[in-house]
Design a protein around this ligand. Structure first.
Ligand code: DQA
Length: 139
């Protein structure tokens, strides 16, 4: 019973980066709260600023486990390659965003990933990840 959370570029700086938009908690702190809350499953975590590494991780994980929670950061709005990786695997992928991307600049309204993801959760702060895990567990 595994779920993999993947965070994309610049999300290693959560807690420090633009706190008005992304909050002041580090992802590592939040992750241990999630792992305690969902103690009956294993929650694995991977962060990379590199598109290719994220694609490799989706390939590695995407044929086993419960599913993937993916915050691809800015690659959401640019990456056909990530969309193809999501289409290529069996595991359901849920797209998450900490901020409400639809309230922000127009270029953030477009996602190459949404059409190939199971669903999208955007705008609930770090709680977006919990909501995505709840959704995967109900599938
Ligand atoms: C983000 C939104 C993206 O537009 C942005 O590039 C990010 C973070 C979010 O979680 O709100 O890096 O995915």
């Amino acid at each position: 019973m595994n779920i993999l959370i993947i965070n994309g570029p610049n999300l290693n700086l959560l807690g420090v980066r633009e706190p008005d938009t992304y909050g002041s908690q580090s992802f590592e702190d939040y992750l241990s709260i999630l792992q305690n809350k969902f103690s009956s499953i294993e929650i694995d975590y991977f962060q990379s600023n590199s598109e290719g590494e994220i694609i490799n991780k989706i390939h590695e994980y995407g044929f086993s486990g419960i599913g993937i929670v993916l915050n691809a950061g800015a690659y959401t709005h640019t990456s056909v390659a990530l969309a193809d990786a999501i289409s290529a695997v069996d595991s359901p992928v849920i797209e998450v965003h900490i901020s409400n991307v639809f309230k922000r600049e127009e270029f953030r309204h477009r996602s190459f990933l949404s059409p190939v993801c199971k669903g999208v959760i955007s705008g609930f702060g770090l709680d977006s990840y919990r909501l995505a895990i709840e959704a995967l567990l109900k599938m």
